[in-house]
Design a protein around this ligand. Structure first.
Ligand code: FCB
Length: 507
């Protein structure tokens, strides 16, 4: 089970992977003095995000549904089927929540395992009619409310017919490990783009490919629950990169309808979790080297592959290995924009924290970071400057960016307003420096099921009544609405926000 401080125990894994590197590269940003005011252009996408498994009920034909049903895997035994926001039965409530708060965009996932509950249904292309109708309805109602959809095709959960539900061992590969999964995923991309391309222009193929492998194959807190098998984790990361590239091509082939009239029928990317990494001990050269290695693996390896076609097969930070390749035409140019999920910073150490055993034999994670920064309810540092750094670094790929997730676990809603102002100020400032950012999606629209941590972390702009499903705006919604309507944030706005209150950690 995930530790008390939330999912980023997974960074043990990041460092584990880093230790497999022989060399690495990092980057830094230099910024002009803070401007008094930052502005957002007309047409900027202002939205919030969710994921199907986290907000829907009865998404039962997925690996996550089996994981939830396995005792001990989810904090307090929580389940999306009991007491969740039940989004597909509350489409009107969600669309109203979006529109009434001034948002013009919504990111959500269409659940592959809901649309095709069995392998036989998938092979025969016999989608579940109830599922299709629900997603049709959501998309039509969003269109009527002038809320632009950004659709994710895999957000962690996979159809259960891509795994066998038995304990994951070397001899029974699961999900993305199976060679056939990539081809099946590409078919899913084609069919989704064909069916919904008339209403959708913005697509995310895979959400957070690296947190997925860390949770599933190193930390063991996500299905298939494999622990500390770095080789398997790395091979799944490769499978996701290749699957993304093929899905990118499939969506472009199938979605030829420009739904929003901007001249582009499909804008396709991944939602890439980007973080800042700092050495735990600034004076320790080993910590500095380790931080750069993690930065390379976490922030750059995947994007180098799908944007530049630079394939670092052995993850060593150089293109000299027998299976390495630069400018690979089967991978290069497979992003129309970069979806950036930004949450926080991580300190990297080689001498404090968790020792990861052989064959890694080095890795360390500093869980409760002694930074003195304010913390969220999830124990994550609040570090708005990192948003600017991540945008500057990701801008180096030469593509526009959309912030596909950024948010705070804050059950009391005491800190969300300041968090929004500080992070969006950083976004506006990065745009003044020349970074091209097309939109911002706050995680999340509504409180939801936070994977292994269940219902304790409250990320929503809206809460919900578990009996009636009614959505209620939290106080911070007024702040988001005001930023959206003004299209501007000043340093006075930020200074006027209440100081960060201590977090309410999950019991
Ligand atoms: C991201 C996930 C999202 C949610 C937030 C808090 O890493 O993509 O589903 O869990 O964290």
């Amino acid at each position: 089970m995930s530790r008390a401080y939330g999912r980023w125990g997974a960074f043990a894994a990041a460092i584990a992977l880093a230790a497999a590197c022989k060399s690495s590269s990092g980057s830094s940003s230099s910024a002009p003095p803070p401007p008094q005011e930052v502005d957002f252009p007309p047409g900027f996408m202002w939205g919030s995000s969710t994921a199907g498994f986290q907000v829907e009920k009865g998404d039962s034909h997925t690996d996550w549904a089996h994981w939830v049903a396995t005792p001990g895997k989810i904090k307090n035994g929580d389940s999306p089927d009991v007491g969740g926001p039940d989004a597909l039965d509350h489409i009107d409530d969600d669309v109203h929540a979006l529109a009434s708060s001034g948002q013009n965009a919504y990111r959500f996932s269409i659940e592959w395992g809901r649309v095709y509950p069995t392998r036989a249904a998938f092979d025969a292309d016999m989608p579940d009619v109830t599922a299709l109708t629900a997603y049709d309805t959501l998309l039509q109602k969003l269109a009527a409310a002038h809320v632009r959809p950004l659709v994710t095709l895999v957000h962690f959960s996979l159809p259960d017919w891509l795994s066998d539900g038995t304990p994951a061992t070397e001899s029974n590969p699961q999900g993305w490990e199976r060679p056939e999964t990539q081809g099946l995923f590409v078919q899913w991309c084609t069919r989704a783009a064909r069916r919904w391309g008339n209403l959708v222009d913005w697509w995310v193929t895979i959400n957070e490919p690296l947190p997925y492998v860390l949770g599933g194959f190193v930390q063991g807190s996500f299905p298939p629950g494999v622990v500390l098998q770095v080789d398997r984790a790395l091979s799944v990361a490769k499978a996701e990169a290749r699957a993304h590239a093929a899905c990118f091509d499939a969506i472009h082939a199938a979605d030829t309808i420009d739904a929003d009239g901007d001249g582009k029928a499909a804008m396709v990317s991944v939602a890439k979790h980007q973080r800042t990494f700092h050495p735990y001990d600034d004076t320790d050269p080993d910590d500095a080297t380790a931080a750069k290695r993690v930065d390379y693996l976490w922030n750059q390896w995947f994007l180098n592959a799908i944007v530049r076609g630079d394939w670092d097969d052995d993850f060593d930070g150089a293109y000299t290995g027998p299976n390495d390749k630069q400018g690979d035409p089967t991978l290069k140019g497979r992003a129309d924009y970069i979806g950036v999920n930004y949450y926080s910073d991580t300190l990297i150490s080689t001498s404090h924290g968790l020792k990861v055993p052989a064959p890694i034999d080095a890795a360390v994670f500093q869980a409760d970071m002694p930074t003195g920064r304010p913390k969220t309810d999830f124990g994550w540092d609040i570090y708005p400057e990192g948003m600017g750094t991540v945008l500057d670094e990701t801008a180096a790929y030469g593509l526009p960016m959309v912030i596909t997730e950024n948010g705070i676990a804050d059950a009391a809603d005491a800190n969300r307003a300041r968090f929004l102002l500080e992070h969006l100020y950083q976004v506006g400032w990065a745009m003044q420096r020349g970074d091209q950012v097309l939109g911002y999606f706050h995680w999340a629209l509504v409180d939801n099921f936070e994977w292994a941590s269940g219902y304790c972390p409250h990320f929503g702009l809206f809460s919900y009544d578990p009996t009636t499903g009614a959505r209620t705006p939290k106080g911070s919604v007024a702040t988001y609405r005001s930023i959206i309507s003004k299209g501007r944030i000043t340093t006075d706005d930020v200074a006027a926000a209440p100081a960060y209150a201590p977090p309410h950690e999950c019991p």
